[in-house]
Design a protein around this ligand. Structure first.
Ligand code: SF4
Ligand code: SF4
Length: 446
């Protein structure tokens, strides 16, 4: 057998293997359209490649031409083609007030002292917030997906979290251990993973990512937040692919509550451990006791990039994550932000914007928001939709091509997307072809 023929057969077998694995993985993921389309590609490719060889006995020049036809796009897919785009962050000079976040604003009950104080300070937010307050509450009767049994189960997880929000801080051991920053960083990241985190990183805490004033939780509303910790340990917890795939609905809310619970356990335990070593540490937990904005600190810690949908996108799980963090003064070695093609991919892909039922995700370009150039999610459009359906929505998280499972076949494609602009363009079209552009769900806003 000559070399060209051997290469032709090897190339053909690689193609069969790829499409076979893609189709099988999609079947396991219960993505019938992707599985069937993958199977079709497998059949057409096999017939064209090996059927052509057996039927026409092409000469070496034709075989070499066919190999080049496959090899060139494959190389373009995996080699560093085109420029990767980094997130642009200029000098940040302004803090966010936690009282202005949507989850704080929805809690201001009409006629209360907090309500009067807030809308005297921010009269422009009153009209939209009153409208949101007139909608059913999350997990309460009236929401389209309200389920008397399962909604109560989710609410019980949130109640548990709220009961533990006071455990975020505590006394620091007066005997301080000497620690090596590099070793301590390794130990803390490893401990976070051991406790159940899926990815962990460390960053220098940018003081502008600390909220200016308390807006929720057990601490006094409106108090100035004074967190001067120099470091933050940030981590992700993966949300289950199948449950996210059921968005919007009660299933994704169950998963959100569960992963918040996990993140709370991890961060409170890590903070306790650091305080026992003789250093100050504070956990930042769901159930409304954050002092910092988690997406930008997670970005600084190298856990992902901000995508068009407004959340952090992790290289392994895409948008299917919840975040947690501990701030501390224990000496650590900070990591660096990472780039894996998200900015360029999101410029080409608008799947989250196309699928967002409330029109909260911009389909155009980025805007400069407090020194960060990003796609700005309109939370005043997103959150009312949550109140209408009575649960998390999560459609953007579900349809995002980065959210596919963390398995070999998707990781092969992610490797290309990270390096090559050609791979990013092909993958945007590929995702639409194999998974469809629009997710199926009842569009209640209509
Ligand atoms: S959660 Fe739903 S409503 Fe909100 S931005 Fe995502 S898709 Fe839109
Ligand atoms: S759906 Fe597309 S545009 Fe939206 S965040 Fe994901 S990759 Fe970016």
């Amino acid at each position: 057998m000559n070399v060209v023929l051997m290469l032709f057969i090897v190339t053909g077998l690689a193609g069969v293997l790829f499409w076979g694995m893609f189709s099988l993985s999609s079947l396991i993921e219960k993505k019938s359209r992707a599985s069937l389309t993958g199977m079709l590609f497998l059949i057409v490719f096999s017939i064209a490649w090996f059927g052509g060889l057996i039927t026409f006995h092409p000469n070496d020049y034709i075989l070499a031409g066919a190999i080049i036809l496959i090899a060139v796009p494959a190389l373009l897919f995996f080699l560093p083609v085109g420029k990767s785009k980094a997130m642009k962050i200029t000098a940040i000079t302004e803090k966010v007030d936690e009282r202005d976040t949507m989850f704080a604003r929805e809690e201001y009950q009409t006629g209360t002292e907090k309500y009067n104080a807030y809308y005297t300070m921010r009269p422009g937010n009153k009209q939209i917030d009153d409208k949101i307050r007139s909608l059913p509450e999350l997990l309460a009767p009236g929401g389209r997906y309200y389920d008397p049994l399962r909604s109560g189960y989710i609410a019980s997880m949130f109640k548990f979290e709220e009961r533990h929000t006071t455990h975020v801080d505590g006394p620091v051991n007066s005997v301080r251990q000497n620690v090596d920053p590099a070793e301590m960083s390794r130990i803390l990241k490893k401990s976070a993973l051991h406790l159940g985190a899926d990815e962990a990183g460390i960053a220098r805490l940018n003081p502008y990512y600390v909220y200016s004033h308390v807006g929720r939780g057990p601490e006094t509303w409106g108090t100035e937040i004074r967190n001067t910790h120099p470091y933050v340990i940030a981590f992700t917890v993966e949300m289950d692919y199948t449950r996210v795939g059921k968005a919007p609905g009660i299933g994704i809310s169950e998963e959100t509550a569960l992963q918040y619970l996990n993140a709370q356990k991890i961060s409170i335990t890590l903070a306790q451990y650091i305080r026992d070593l003789g250093y100050s540490a504070r956990a930042h937990v769901s159930g409304s006791n954050y002092q910092i904005m988690l997406p930008p600190v997670a970005y600084d810690a190298g856990l992902g990039e901000l995508g068009r949908l407004g959340y952090l996108i992790s290289p392994r799980f895409g948008a299917r994550i919840r975040l947690g963090a501990v701030t501390t003064d224990i000496p650590l070695v900070p990591g660096k932000p990472i780039e894996f093609g998200v900015q360029d991919f999101c410029e080409k892909c608008k799947k989250c914007a196309v699928n967002c039922p409330s029109g909260a995700i911009p389909s155009g370009g980025k805007t400069m928001v407090r020194g960060v150039e990003k796609w700005q999610l309109n939370i005043e459009k997103c959150f009312p939709y949550w109140r209408i359906i009575g649960t998390d929505c999560g459609l953007c998280m579900k349809v995002c091509p980065f959210s596919h499972p963390d398995i070999f076949i998707h990781n092969v494609l992610r490797a290309g997307i990270k390096r090559s602009s050609f791979a990013r363009s092909v993958s945007v079209y590929g995702d639409e072809l194999f998974y469809g552009e629009k997710a199926k769900f009842p569009e209640f806003l209509e």
